[in-house]
Design a protein. Sequence first.
Length: 187
Amino acid sequence: MQEFYPDAHDAFHQSCSFWTADPGALVACEGLRREWDGRRPYATGDPVRFSWGAVDLGLYGSSHVGVFGGVAARTDSEGILALDCLATDAHHGPAFPTLLLYNPHADERRVTAAPALPPGTAQRRVYDAVAQRFLPATAAAPFTLTVPPDGAIPAVFIPADAAVHMRNGRLCAGETVIDWHEGLQSP
């Protein structure tokens, strides 16, 4: 993503090197072309190219970057992010920390995840909401999970001592729903 920002390129590889009103390079370029007039890559956009604007910076696209910062965190495995599934859901009910881990690689990868846990809750179990099963380990944070090749784990981190039961076709840990799928079998 950093390639979209002007400070990632020299003047030869962007259309707006003249723009100095954003010294922190906080506003991204509207687009990034693989090649433009023999220059690879080339940060640009439509306004300058089609002569209807002064700069090719895209405030409308850059304004959403903060959302990504609040949702995505790096893991210790190259190319795998931990996405906080609750970070942008201001209206969710009671929920346990939930991270989505996607592995784009052709082989399985071990990933360490450290979700924010409430104080005094050291031990956790991890529920894989896609496979609809608990992962084998119970541990304190950080957790090491194996993510399948080209696969994902939506990992729900519940207290190790929470009573797991079915209620109205939903899987619950204590009073909190951890899987909304109907027709689940009791663990």
